[in-house]
Design a protein. Structure first.
Length: 232
């Protein structure tokens, strides 16, 4: 489906494309289209030609590697509104990992050929995109640094606080985990058994779990634990 003005407004929020004018964005999005995914399916596989990149408008995409035993190891989870897979397009032209799009998602597909031609024709646009990619890289470096400095409990608490903030529950309440516990453990860089222990230890900081439903009764205690430690 061709992109609507509402779609373009969402695409303009991505870090890669946020610095573009409306006219330049429309130019680069020529040939792009949106696709809806009623069922979970594989978006691309490791080794496939990177002939496009994507923007998540709704839903979620998991980028993963396969372990020696054939299990998925989640490398990154992309929620709205974010672009992904552009690095493969700009570099090797091959997707280095696998991607699975979740049921109920909607993505923008941006063909590489037209996009790259527009950049070749107007090199100043490339500098704008480079600035966006640099900011994104700094954010990732910061996230990795923060992740490595935190205990499993702090990593989980940080994730839950971000989830509550996204849901508008600044003072606490119920949130639903958007990932299975196995995927969540991989996402925050801990072993599944460490996730179970972290969930139990967070009870002392006002966190109760009921399946994938999580109740946070003391947001301040959870924030203090992230800042000061405890619950390791």
């Amino acid at each position: 489906m061709a992109l609507t003005q509402a779609d373009l407004a969402l695409v303009a929020q991505t870090p890669l494309l946020a610095g573009l004018s409306a006219a330049d964005l429309a130019l680069l999005m020529e040939g792009a289209h949106s696709s809806s995914y009623p069922e979970t399916e594989l978006l691309f596989s490791q080794g496939d030609k990177a002939d496009r990149f994507f923007v998540v408008l709704e839903g979620r995409v998991n980028v993963f590697a396969l372990t020696e035993t054939g299990d998925q190891s989640i490398i990154e989870v992309f929620d709205p509104i974010i672009s992904f897979a552009e690095a493969a397009m700009f570099s090797t032209g091959i997707f280095p990992l696998n991607a699975e799009v979740m049921a109920g998602s909607r993505l923008v597909h941006i063909p590489a050929s037209q996009f790259m031609k527009r950049l070749t024709d107007n090199r100043s646009l490339g500098l704008i995109l480079l600035a966006g990619l640099s900011q994104w890289q700094f954010r990732l470096i910061h996230e990795i640094s923060e992740l490595k400095s935190k205990s499993p409990g702090q990593r989980l608490a940080t994730f839950l606080l971000a989830l509550a903030a996204k849901a508008g529950d600044a003072e606490g309440g119920r949130v639903r985990l958007p990932l299975t516990k196995a995927v969540l453990a991989s996402r925050i860089g801990i072993a599944p058994e460490s996730l179970s222990r972290a969930l139990n230890r967070l009870k002392a900081f006002g966190v109760e779990t009921h399946g994938r439903e999580v109740e946070i009764t003391d947001m301040d205690a959870l924030r203090r634990m992230v800042r000061e430690g405890g619950g390791e």
